[in-house]
Design a protein. Structure first.
Lengths: 165, 165
DNA sequence: CGCAGATATTTCAAACTCAAAATATTTATG
DNA sequence: CATAAATATTTTGAGTTTGAAATATCTGCG
């Protein structure tokens, strides 16, 4: 699978996992812990305050950034979830009148999803409240630590990423 | 909901969200991104290499740390998922012969779940491979950054935590 | 003892999620 | 043009997840 000591650091060929490997595992478990805790809190607030869910919020947020709309495949790629998953979320948001499916000229396979004016208005309000929830949950995070966190996490998320042109 | 500027820093009563609030939101979005990416990769490897799933691995891991077994409620609290959720996962692991339910003396409502010897053996092997996967995914994370990451994330996960005793 | 409230777990319905298969359409290739 | 391969999306089946309701049991109080 992977060779221990994959950075080529000096060391002897041992079979136990390295200290570095264990530190990385601890880091991952801590990410998971924070992620679950925060998601749990946000989900509950979403439900109580908006009568909605995180996945729906995520779709609205993506469409709010791309006001001209996105294809289903762009949405699923942007949210890092499966294609089939997005279909169901979009169905419900359409039923709620917050988004619409628009056929694409010259490609009858595809459709573009975009916010309705209701969806735009609703999301704009929700986004402000959502940001305040996050800021509250992260109120122990200083500006410097936030920057450090972002920098470190970026090195992880860029792992094995194709360099763009 | 929350007052802007909840740290009592100097500033004027403005309505826009603060730079700090935005930095925290970006930090949260980055956590979410890494978390989803890593979970996705681990889920796929889990499925291909072990024919199993992350939630099942998480339950086995919790029981491996508590060799004497755990109650359902302890499990769900430790994994930060709902009670009903654990029931289903445990049912499947029991069917696979990796764990057992043991009745609790003097409390017929509760049961204790613990690894079978098969479960213990299987998990011990899987845990090593799992650690190597994580270490590979985090191979750009230095020892110092891992420690910094853990420290910062702990300040977040300890937010609003009841002081013990 | 009797029984109200607390506790532990399961069941349930709805939503989310994935991977794979199915469908529909477009593009490329001979 | 025909049709194989590629692309975009939906459908499907299994599993996970939640929150609420249902069950079963225990505890404390009169």
């Amino acid at each position: 699978m992977n060779m221990n000591n994959s950075q080529g650091l000096p060391g002897h060929a041992e079979n136990e996992t390295s200290d570095l490997s264990k530190a990385r595992l601890r880091a991952w478990l801590q990410i998971l812990k924070v992620s679950r805790k925060v998601e749990g809190e946000l989900r509950e607030k979403m439900r109580l305050e908006f009568g909605s869910t995180l996945p729906r919020f995520d779709v609205l947020a993506a469409l709010y950034r791309e006001r001209d709309g996105m294809r289903m495949s762009e949405l699923s790629k942007s949210l890092m979830v499966s294609n089939g998953n997005v279909t169901g979320i979009v169905d419900r948001l359409v039923a709620e009148g917050l988004i619409v499916r628009v056929p694409v000229e010259n490609d009858r396979r595809a459709s573009i999803v975009r916010l309705t004016s209701d969806g735009e208005k609703d999301f704009a309000e929700r986004a402000l409240v959502h940001e305040s929830w996050v800021s509250d949950l992260f109120s122990d995070l200083s500006s410097g630590d936030a920057d450090a966190l972002i920098r470190i996490l970026r090195t992880i998320s860029h792992h094995n990423e194709a360099p763009h042109d």
